[in-house]
Structure formats: structure tokens, C-alpha cells
Write a protein that binds this ligand. Structure first.
Ligand SMILES: Nc1ncnc2c1ncn2[C@@H]1O[C@H](COP(=O)(O)OP(=O)(O)OP(=O)(O)O)[C@@H](O)[C@H]1O
Length: 833
């Protein structure tokens, strides 16, 4: 049987275009494609096509069909084939739905009843989370992200929910127009004037304008007298937030549909647990319970995020998950972002599993020779390795697993787009545990309760002491005395620079003073063997001082290294600095971080602010506060993916978060219940007559029309595929056919939007719908065309449109098509079950 998805079939062109092209007849007995039409190269192609059972002869040619054939029936006034309404809509559908369909097969992935139950559970769980947040409300002035106006400094950028981005000037006493009493006002500069806001109102409406990237500033200030541009940005942000939430929810629902038998609770676990040399913290205990439940009580594969500050003990959580899976005879893969970290994980795992001789552990690394690598690949394939550790190389096609059960991903945000896609595709078939050292704000975590499986480790292991951080201008003496102190107490030192250039110079300087100890250089451009050797010797304690770049940034755990010196600290980002500092203080010894800048005079205001923050947040676990203030967005990235920075840029992080909370807590209100296609009625009396020229060119025209109807009945994706392929084969259709197709699109879109009937009377178009007013508001707000938006109103169960004039039938159909297409573009932001 020919498989359309696997090998693209040759493309079709109509017979009348044969002159310059080689074409031949092709007997095509039974295919996944629909009759007469060719397969496209789309990976999702033909997913929904029910094959026609009859054998048929089709024309095939060898040239790619990038250029749709020119249609002989093209009429004056026809829109060019690549920019008409249908192709614009098709393109959008492909863009918006394509990715999701790659991840989820079938359009009815989740049954409405399942979804209902799930939404209920989520709401319940979330209420608990939100209650906890409200419990903290007094300390933080509510769980919103609004700013305390008194904390603003002149020049700070702020966002007013209704007006947009401005610059804070001052808080001063002033009088309100007619009143003689003076009170305090917040003065904000906008592009076209100064706004004066009562302090009380400022508390309700103002946000700080933060961006994920600390160096970015808003492109322009908003205008007081024309808020339309701001309004557009705000709505864009709101819809983006909604889409993210719905996407998260759909992924979750989809995953719940996947099934695998739960793992057995193994008695051997008791022994494994007893071999952990520490008393776990409360948060660790909870995380152990969470993963054990995921693996042994649930049928849906696990997709849990273990989120915790640097050095707070996430690794043990992963080790226990690995133990459960491996004890059941499955393989576990541990994926690390760098080879140095992969090696460290390998060492830790080998040590922790050292009493289990039957569990075989392997490290796939670029340090290995070709034959070593081949050997490892065959061990993995034959199932002779139970735990496989490595970098992204483990995701390559050459790595064939025997019975992969668990994937542990360390610091997923550090992998590339392709690798993340691969990880996402694995999530439907294996259990996945993701470790993230980037703290997520507690508020975000609690608000997400129920939407994303996450365990938060926010308490440090006992006896951990805060890292003593010293920030000062560079001096040789300070460097030497810090190193001397550490070496004298038997410890080791990280010496970090922002660039490779300069490492040698530091080396020369240090060997003069510490000639009797081993000092080495490490950076990412070194030969792998050399780097491996250096890291190994540093881990063993043979090397006492490691001069390096931020290659040591995340995850490295060397308990005896308790002093870190960071030179040219102003060149590092706050998050990076936080991670770097976390390399020390990973045991119960007091640890020190010395942060040196060259000369305070040379530092920008921003750099000073950043450094002040790292200085301020020295206590253990303050990473979370830091996250809340400056890098919440990174933690946010590990929950939602990183693509949203553009949307966030529109409104700033704080307002974006607030919108996110609103959207999360209202997810059940933003729900569209589709109606069956057959029940969606279009009462616009227009019957297109296909020309004989067009019909004569088509084999089985009646069947083609039936196919179109069937495609529309399946879903919009199928209808899009149908029209695209029709055009590939026959060129842009003549107007009557376009009308026919548009009617199908209108009914399909209407059905998806929960619209059961569309009818017109003089200048009025009415659409009977089950959608709520809230949903209608969201959809119409997001409409790009003012004309469409302004003409629509919602009155209990009906959307009414008032047109300026009564339109002829065909134009009316076009209007309805456009209007629905606009409403349709918000569908991704709505729950659709
Ligand atoms: N409950 C505990 N009590 C004392 N020490 C612990 C405890 N849990 C873990 N540790 C130790 O703390 C150190 C840091 O733990 P681990 O490497 O798991 O941190 P992590 O959260 O993975 O940090 P990173 O994000 O930096 O990788 C390890 O040496 C580990 O053995």
C-alpha cells in the first residue's frame, strides 16, 4: 500500500499543461490520498483522508509542483491565485495548526467528557494554589504584579493598563482641577505629554515595565491622546497569553490520553532509599512522592518538572525515578546540556548505583573514539545498557533504544529548537522528568498548580550556609588573599572570566604566587580529551585552582571547591551570575564568592543595579526572590517555552504575568463548544454553477465535490489540504468553484465556533451561536479589521452584524467568510472541548 506520509508521491498537473513537461499515466490502486489529487509534501498530509476504494488512473509528472498551473478559466477580476481569501486562510491554518498536529494525532484527541472532568480537577487544584497565594497577599500587596509607586525611581519605565508605556517622573503634591485640596499624584511622562495619576489609582493600574532581557528598553513611549496603538499591543499580549494557557492545557489533556501500564512498586526501593546518605528535605520528600505516584499510580506517562535552586538536591529525585524504571527492566536516558555535566551525572549515577551490579550504566560522549562509540550504540540497541547518559547526541537517529522507559532532561532550556522538538515528541511515549535549576517564582508555580506537573524544591539541604558574597573593584591583593584562604583550608577555587582571552594572563599571574599547587585552564574550545582530563582532576582535587569561562555555569557539583572568583563581573547577566555563584557552597562548608569589577566609574547604571541585586540576595533560596524580580521570565520559559519574548515585549513581564494569572483562573470560561458540521447551516441562497470548461477538465467532477464536502466535514485541516491540492492539480479554481469552497469553509468555521445557523435579512447578518458573551468579547477584541469588529454585537445566543448596505449574495458570502476567518483566528486561544 502506498503511504503518502512516508514517501512523497509525484505531483500532478492538469493534462492541458503537458506540452513542455514529461508526464505519464500512473496506475494508483489504493492510496491514502484522495482520488484525483496528489499528495503534498506536508508531513501531516492525508492524516484524515479516508481512501477511496476504487482504482483510478491519474496523471503524474516529475517536476515539483511549486508552481500551480495557470488556469485557463481565469476570469477578469479573479484574485491572483496565491493571495485570495482562501489561500490566506489556508496559510494561517497551516501555520497555527501544523505544529500542534505534529504532536497530536487525530483531531478529536480529547473527548468532551474527559475534558470536562479534567477542567474540574484542575480548577479544584488551582483554587488551593490561589488560596495559598492569597495567604501571602498581605506581605506582597496581593498576588498581582502591580508596582508600589513609592518604590519607583525617576526614569523607571512603567505600564498603565489603559494608557500604555510611560516613564515615571516623580510623586508630588498637587491639586485636582476644581478642588482646592492638594494630594499626592504620580507623574508619568508619555510621548505626547505628562500624565498625573492619583496615587490610589496608580496602585491599581501601574506595572513596572520589565523585559526578559535586562538590557532592552521600550522602543517608544505610548501616547496619552491616542491609545489605539497601546490597545492593540495589550490585546495581542492578552491573546498570546490565552493561547499559551490553552496550549498547555491541550498538551496536558493529550498526554492524559496516552496510556502505559503503571510501574510496580518495588520492595527494592526501600534499600535504594536507605543508601541515600542524607536526610531529605521536606521539598525533596514531596518530590519523591510526586514522581513515585506519577510512575506507579498513573497510566499517563509522566511529564514532570523538578524545579529547584542550585544545589538543592534535584539529582536524587531523578535517581529514584531512574531506579523505579530500571528495576522494571526498562532503559533510562539522562540528557545533559554539556559534556562536562554529562560526565558528572555519569559519575554520580555510577556511584549511587554501585551496589547494583546488574544495572549497567554507559556514557555516550564525544570524548570516545569511533569504535568506543559504536560499541556503546550497539550496547544501547541490544538492551545491554540500562542507564545511558550523554548530551544531545543521545537524541540522534543513530541511537536506537531497546526499551526506553524514562528520559531525564537536565536544563531543557539549554537545548536547541530541534532537540526540544525531539524531546517533546518523546513525551507522548516515555516518561519524562525535567530538572531545572532556574527558579520559577513561587506565585507562578502556585498559579499553575493543576496545569503543569511540577515539584518545587525551595528549601536548601540542612547545614547549608549562605554563600558570602563580596562585590568590589578588582585588586591583586584581594584575589591572592581569597585564594590563599581557601587553599590553606584545603579547598579549591574557581576563577571565572567572561572570555577565553585573558585566561592565560590570569594563569601567569597566579603561578607566580602559588607555584607549588596545580592550576589549570578550562574552556569550551579546548580539545575534548584535554577538557575531560582537566575536569576530572579538578573533581578529584588534584587541581586546586580552575581558571575557566562560564563553562562551569550550571550543574557542576564539586563539594570541595568553596571559593569562586569572578572577574569582570559586569559582563555577566544576573541569571548567569546566580548560577555561577551556585557552583560553591554545595556542602556544609562556608563558601565565598568574590565578584570583581574593573572600576566603578566605568560601569553603567544598569550594571550597577544588577550587581546590587546579586549582592542583596545572598541568603539561601533567595534565588526565588531574585527570579521574582529579574528573571522570572526564565523560569517561565521552562514552563511555557521560550518563544513568547515578543509577546512579553509588547506589555512587559509584570503585566504579562498578571494577564497570565487572569487567564489561568478563567480557563473554563473561555471555552468553545463546536457543533457538528452537519448541523451548521448557511442560509444564503447562492448556488454556484461550474463552467463546462472546468468540469470537462476534471475527472469525476461529482465525486470531487463530494470529496470537498467530506473534507469539510472532517475538519478545517482536511478542507485546507483539499483546496491546496485541488489548486496544485488544476490551478486556481474559477469563481463559481471558489464560491462553492467558500460555503464549505464558512460552514466548517461556523461549526468549530459553535455557530449553528447563519442567515441574512436586508442589511443584517445573524449568527445563532452557543458561545458565551465572554468568548465573543475575546474574539471580537482580537479582530484585526475594525470594520468587522465594529459591525458585530452579541445579544443572548446570537451574533448580529449590521452592514452599511444590503450586499449582493456573492459579496455577502465574502463578507461572512472574512468575518468568520477573523473570529476563527482566536480559536487557538480558546478551550475547544
Ligand atoms: N537532603 C540533603 N542533605 C544534604 N545534602 C544533600 C541533600 N540532598 C542532596 N544533597 C547534596 O547536595 C549537593 C547538591 O545536590 P544536587 O547536585 O542534587 O543539586 P541540584 O539541585 O541538582 O543542583 P544543580 O542545579 O546545581 O545541578 C550534592 O552533593 C548532594 O549529594
Amino acid at each position: 500500500m502506498a503511504s503518502a506520509g512516508a514517501s512523497p508521491l509525484p505531483n500532478l498537473r492538469p493534462k492541458h499543461r503537458s506540452s513542455s513537461l514529461r508526464f505519464f499515466s500512473f496506475e494508483f490502486p489504493y492510496s491514502h490520498t484522495f482520488p484525483n489529487l496528489p499528495s503534498s509534501k506536508c508531513p501531516c498530509h492525508a492524516q484524515n483522508w479516508k481512501p477511496s476504494r476504487s482504482a483510478r488512473t491519474i496523471a503524474v509528472f516529475t517536476e515539483a509542483s511549486r508552481y500551480p498551473p495557470e488556469a485557463p478559466w481565469k476570469e477578469k477580476g479573479d484574485s491572483p491565485s496565491n493571495a485570495d481569501d482562501i489561500s490566506v486562510l489556508n496559510e494561517r491554518i497551516r501555520k497555527e495548526l501544523g505544529k500542534r498536529r505534529g504532536l497530536r494525532s487525530g483531531s478529536n484527541a480529547v473527548q468532551s467528557a474527559d475534558a470536562e472532568q479534567y477542567i474540574k480537577t484542575v480548577k479544584l487544584q488551582q483554587r488551593v494554589g490561589l488560596l495559598k497565594l492569597k495567604g501571602n497577599a498581605n506581605e506582597k500587596g496581593g498576588f498581582g504584579y502591580r508596582v508600589d509607586p513609592y518604590s519607583l525611581q525617576p526614569g523607571d519605565y512603567v505600564v498603565h493598563r489603559k494608557v500604555g508605556i510611560g516613564r515615571f517622573v516623580a510623586i508630588k503634591f498637587d491639586v485636582w482641577k476644581s478642588s482646592s485640596e492638594s494630594s499626592e499624584y504620580v507623574f508619568i511622562e508619555y510621548a505626547d505629554g505628562m500624565a498625573k495619576l492619583p496615587v490610589k489609582q496608580a496602585y491599581r493600574m501601574l506595572y513596572r515595565y520589565n523585559l526578559p532581557n535586562e538590557n532592552r528598553r521600550p522602543r517608544a513611549l505610548s501616547k496619552l491622546n491616542d491609545t489605539s496603538a497601546w490597545e492593540k499591543r495589550r490585546i495581542k499580549g492578552k491573546v498570546a497569553v490565552q493561547k499559551m494557557v490553552v496550549d498547555l492545557m491541550e498538551l496536558y489533556l493529550h498526554r492524559l490520553k496516552q496510556k502505559r501500564p503503571p510501574y510496580c512498586k518495588t520492595p527494592a526501593m526501600i534499600e535504594f532509599v536507605s543508601l541515600f546518605p542524607y536526610v531529605p528535605t521536606q521539598d525533596q520528600k514531596q518530590a519523591f512522592i510526586d514522581i513515585e505516584k506519577d510512575l506507579t499510580e498513573r497510566e499517563a506517562p509522566m511529564d514532570r518538572l523538578i524545579c529547584g535552586d542550585v544545589g538543592f538536591g534535584k539529582t536524587e529525585v531523578a535517581l529514584r525515578a531512574i531506579f523505579i524504571v530500571v528495576s522494571a527492566g526498562k532503559q533510562a536516558m539522562v540528557l545533559a546540556p554539556t559534556i562536562v555535566l554529562a560526565k558528572q551525572h555519569y559519575d554520580v549515577i555510577s556511584e549511587r548505583f554501585s551496589s547494583y551490579h546488574h544495572i549497567h550504566i554507559g556514557l555516550l560522549s564525544r570524548f570516545q573514539t569511533k569504535s568506543e562509540k559504536e560499541e556503546h550504540l550497539s550496547l544501547i540497541k541490544n538492551g545491554d545498557l540500562d542507564i545511558i547518559v550523554g548530551t544531545h547526541a543521545l537524541l540522534g537517529d543513530r541511537v536506537v533504544y531497546n526499551r526506553l522507559g524514562l528520559l531525564v532532561v537536565d536544563e531543557e532550556q539549554r537545548f536547541g529548537v530541534k532537540q526540544k522538538e525531539k524531546i517533546a515528541s518523546l513525551k507522548t511515549s516515555v516518561d519524562v522528568l525535567t530538572l531545572s535549576a532556574t527558579p520559577i517564582p513561587r506565585t507562578l508555580y502556585l498559579a499553575l498548580t493543576g496545569f503543569r506537573d511540577a515539584s518545587l524544591i525551595s528549601t536548601p539541604p540542612p547545614e547549608r550556609v549562605p554563600i558570602k558574597t563580596h562585590l568590589s573593584a578588582y585588586s591583586n591583593e584581594k584575589v591572592l588573599s581569597a585564594i590563599k584562604f581557601e587553599i590553606d583550608r584545603g579547598g579549591q577555587v574557581f576563577y571565572v572570566l567572561p572570555r577565553i582571552k585573558g585566561l592565560e594572563e590570569v594563569m601567569e599571574f597566579l603561578v607566580q604566587s602559588f607555584s607549588d599547587i596545580r592550576i589549570a585552564i578550562a574552556h569550551g574550545k579546548q580539545y575534548s580529551k584535554q577538557l575531560e582530563e582537566t575536569m576530572k582532576m579538578f573533581a578529584l582535587g588534584d587541581i586546586k585552582i580552575l581558571i575557566c569561562t562560564n563553562i562551569v555555569e550550571s550543574g557542576l557539583n564539586i563539594q570541595n571547591a568553596n571559593t569562586i572568583i569572578i572577574q569582570d563581573v559586569q559582563q555577566f547577566g544576573l541569571a548567569q551570575l546566580y548560577q555561577l555563584r551556585g557552583r560553591v557552597g554545595r556542602a556544609d562548608k562556608e563558601a565565598y564568592a568574590f565578584l570583581f569589577y574593573p572600576d566603578k566609574e566605568l560601569l553603567s547604571e544598569q550594571a550597577l543595579e544588577r550587581l546590587a541585586a546579586i549582592d542583596e540576595y545572598q541568603d539561601l533560596g533567595q534565588g526565588f526572590q531574585l527570579a521574582e524580580r529579574d528573571m522570572g521570565i526564565r523560569g517561565f520559559g521552562s514552563i511555557f517555552g521560550e518563544q513568547q519574548s515578543g509577546d512579553i515585549g509588547n506589555v512587559g513581564v509584570d503585566l504579562f504575568f498578571e494577564m497570565l494569572f487572569e487567564s489561568l483562573s478563567k480557563v473554563d470560561e473561555h471555552r468553545v463548544v463546536s457543533v457538528p458540521y452537519k448541523d451548521s447551516q448557511l442560509d444564503v441562497n447562492i448556488t454556484p454553477r461550474l463552467s463546462s470548461e472546468y468540469i470537462s477538465n476534471i475527472k469525476n467532477p461529482m465525486e470531487l465535490l463530494d470529496e470537498a464536502e467530506r473534507a469539510a466535514e472532517i475538519d478545517i485541516w482536511s478542507l485546507m489540504q483539499f483546496t491546496e491540492q485541488l489548486r496544485q492539480q488544476y490551478g486556481k479554481e474559477p469563481r463559481p468553484m471558489e464560491v462553492f469552497l467558500k460555503k464549505l469553509y464558512v460552514r466548517r468555521m461556523a461549526a468549530d465556533l459553535g455557530i449553528s445557523r447563519i442567515y441574512a435579512s436586508e442589511k443584517t447578518v445573524a449568527m445563532k451561536t452557543n458561545m458565551s458573551k465572554k468568548v465573543f468579547n475575546l474574539m471580537s477584541e482580537a479582530m484585526k479589521s475594525d470594520i468587522h469588529r465594529n459591525s458585530l454585537t452579541y445579544t443572548g445566543g446570537e451574533i448580529m452584524a449590521e452592514l452599511l448596505v444590503e450586499l449582493p449574495k456573492e459579496q455577502l458570502l465574502n463578507w461572512i467568510f472574512q468575518c468568520l476567518a477573523e473570529l476563527y483566528s482566536s480559536l487557538a486561544a480558546l478551550v475547544k472541548y
